[in-house]
Ligand binder design. Structure first.
Ligand code: AKG
Ligand code: FE2
Length: 214
């Protein structure tokens, strides 16, 4: 019931609210985590990288077992370098750093670093049900997905679908979350299997993970 500690009178900030949601259910949906102006600047940067041919077909697995499996996922990704952010990425990465500190302070998770990539799902592309933390990627502890789509509507499809995992959950699962611009979805990576449903238009996001030391 951590949420009852936080009233919506402006005394709690977005980081407090995310941490309270994670404590209560392991999942947080935070609208307007990023301002519309910043969403459109980051989306434009991603578009320019896409047009410059800087995206690659995403693969599944890890290390030597990485493989192209368009039947499992067929988004295109571009890895970012959080150590050398562009001016456009910087405000978001600074917020993520604050979020990392909040999460560590509340859960003693020892989150140590962040890795992230842009992901573009062309119309019809999807990602089958999976966990983000699996043998070979055990250092991924918390997933953070920022959506970069202007004016996304239910009829555009492309929801993130979250399913019940091994642990009992307070949430009404399965649930569908639309990839609305500025929305940040944060969850405990090992807790929820999830999938990306096909969309009718390009679907852009910045997906990342807080990691522990391997
Ligand atoms: O974009 C999303 O909604 C989820 C993406 C995802 O599950 C992943 O990249 O692991
Ligand atoms: Fe995922």
């Amino acid at each position: 019931m951590a949420q009852t500690l936080y009233t919506d009178d402006g005394s709690s900030n977005k980081f407090d609210r995310i941490v309270a949601d994670l404590a209560e259910s392991g999942l947080s949906i935070c609208d307007d985590f990023v301002s519309p102006l910043l969403v459109s600047s980051i989306a434009q940067e991603a578009r320019e990288l896409w047009e410059a041919g800087e995206f690659r077909h995403a693969r599944v697995g890890r290390g030597a077992s990485l493989q192209l499996r368009p039947d499992v996922r067929n988004d295109r990704i571009h890895w970012l370098d959080p150590e050398n952010p562009t001016a456009v990425e910087l405000p978001y990465f600074l917020d993520l750093e604050t979020l990392r500190q909040y999460i560590n302070r509340h859960f003693y998770l020892g989150l140590f670093e962040y890795e992230g990539h842009f992901a573009l799902y062309p119309p019809g592309a999807s990602y089958d049900t999976h966990y983000d933390r699996f043998i070979g990627a055990m250092e991924r502890v918390v997933t953070c997905i920022l959506y970069l789509n202007h004016d996304w509507q239910a009829e555009d499809g492309g929801a993130l679908e979250i399913y019940p995992g091994h642990e009992p959950s307070e949430l009404p699962l399965p649930m569908q979350i639309l990839p609305k611009g500025g929305r940040l979805v944060t969850f405990i990576s090992e807790q929820f299997p999830h999938a990306v449903l096909p969309a009718g238009r390009d679907r852009l996001s910045l997906t990342g993970w807080f990691r522990i030391r391997p």
